[in-house]
Ligand binder design. Structure first.
Ligand code: SAH
Length: 434
């Protein structure tokens, strides 16, 4: 996401890649600083390179590192990447284990089972594996109907992609595609790789956006979210093609926007808009800078026009820079305004500017909300904390001098569950105005 920060590490220098470690090599053994040891023991999945205190030999990208504590007891194993400042991503901590295909099968099943209580047949687009938080550092797996999209943020998994029976086994014999076939029987698996993997193109079994499994190469896949039909651009779209993390907020807007006029700022493929229309909104206006996003939102509206409320809602689109459009006349007002911008702080140095931008955006959005209306302000900037974001929104609301009531704050949908602070990037703030 560009927009949603995936579980990725900083940029990786161009190098040659994960290869199986020669069997004669001694296991890569590490010891960490006391603070890093404590963090890993308490479940944090990242070790930065300046936290390594001892290392028995140079390690190769993609090999397993074993971390011992200060008393020489096993602490954890992780994926090693000497070319990233995030040098180890923890796979397992606690008692020593031997990675085997069965161990991996259990780990995949645990991630899938975690989702199954949340989704019935009316939602077949959701996240199956959320990186570190599910024990798969730097790996995301999203489902769109019968199509899976596997997105990699670290090169460590590349050797596990080749489904050939004679390819060398790494990471305890993990072969991702046969395992997905066995557990999920997908029609298609698409590979997506984050931009920081471009130096590893030559090692990939196929190009970004191509199929690891299946012959259907259609650029988009139709799936269901709460019974609504949406397309996901699985081949080229941002992230894996759709912002699944906002599902619960879209559902809330669907239940709150009935009868009124809705402005969906940073509308992308119109997810909030279609939910609002089904919920009985009189009119829905998409505002996005990208013509491509607006065209996708039109298609998503059309996919749901068989529903009477969607057919009745009048659908408008504005292609503009959100800040400029909101700040200028004519000052049309709405009953619901949704502000869901792209990440404003992709790095720590951008944090202060992002907080100011959220303040300004809230103020501009608020000016478009009628009395009695609803404002949803969202942030997906990992470098802006919950309290920093909520405080910026509250300060902007106070500064406007209108009456407002805070309704609730929200986070990711449960398929994006987050096991450590850096993974909790999505924040939502609902306010009733006037
Ligand atoms: N709310 C959407 C996701 C938004 S993604 C959903 O639920 O799916 C962010 C969107 O903001 C993208 O579509 C991008 O094209 C758009 N965008 C980025 N900068 C913008 C700007 N300055 N003005 C308007 N839209 C912008």
């Amino acid at each position: 996401m560009g927009r949603r920060p995936g579980p990725r590490g900083p940029r990786i220098a161009p190098i040659l890649i994960p290869r199986p470690v020669p069997p004669q090599s001694a296991r890569l053994r590490l010891r960490l600083t006391a603070a890093a040891e404590t963090a890993v023991r308490s479940g944090h999945p990242w070790v930065y390179s300046d936290k390594i205190r001892e290392q028995n030999r140079a390690g190769l990208a993609g090999e397993l590192a074993v971390i011992y504590d200060r008393n020489d007891r096993f602490l954890a194993i992780g994926l090693f990447d000497p070319h990233s400042p995030l040098v180890v991503r923890i796979l397992h901590r606690g008692n020593p284990v031997t990675l085997t295909p069965e161990w991996w099968r259990d780990r995949f099943k645990a991630a899938f089972d975690r989702r199954s209580p949340h989704f019935g047949p009316e939602t077949n687009g959701f996240r199956l594996i959320n990186g570190e938080s599910d024990g798969f550092p730097g790996l995301v797996l999203d489902r769109y109907a019968g199509c899976l999209v596997l997105k990699l943020y670290t090169p460590s998994w590349i050797p596990c992609l080749d489904p050939g029976p004679n390819s060398p086994a790494t990471l305890g014999g993990l072969r991702i595609i046969p395992l997905l076939q066995e557990l999920l029987a997908p029609d298609r698996v698409v590979l997506r790789v984050s931009r920081n993997l471009s130096p590893f193109q030559a090692q990939l079994p196929c190009t970004d956006g191509a199929n690891l499994l299946g012959h259907d190469s259609a650029p988009s896949v139709i799936f269901l979210e709460d019974g609504l039909r949406f397309e996901s651009d699985v081949v080229q779209g941002q992230k894996t093609g759709f912002f699944l993390d906002q599902r619960d907020n879209r559902r809330r807007i669907g239940s709150l926007a009935g009868g009124g006029d809705v402005l969906n700022v940073f509308s992308f493929s119109g997810g909030f808009s279609v939910h609002a229309a089904r919920g009985g909104a009189r009119s829905v206006t998409d505002l996005d800078i990208s013509p491509h996003a607006l065209a996708s939102a039109r298609r998503n509206f059309d996919l749901n026009r068989n529903l009477p409320t969607v057919a009745r809602a009048s659908h408008h689109q504005v292609q503009a820079d959100a800040f400029e459009w909101l700040a200028r006349a004519p000052r049309e007002a709405f009953d619901t305004v949704i502000l869901d911008p792209p990440s404003m702080a992709k790095r720590e140095s951008e944090r202060a500017g992002a907080i100011q931008a959220y303040h300004r955006l809230t103020r501009l959005g608020l000016d478009r909300v009628r009395n009695g209306g609803l404002l949803l302000a969202a942030s997906c900037s990992a470098h802006v904390s919950e309290s920093e974001f909520y405080d910026a929104v509250r300060a902007a609301l106070r500064a406007a001098g209108r009456r407002w009531t805070e309704l609730e704050t929200t986070a990711h949908a449960p398929d994006h569950h987050a096991s450590f602070p850096e993974a909790r990037y999505l924040k939502g703030f609902y306010a009733r105005i006037g």
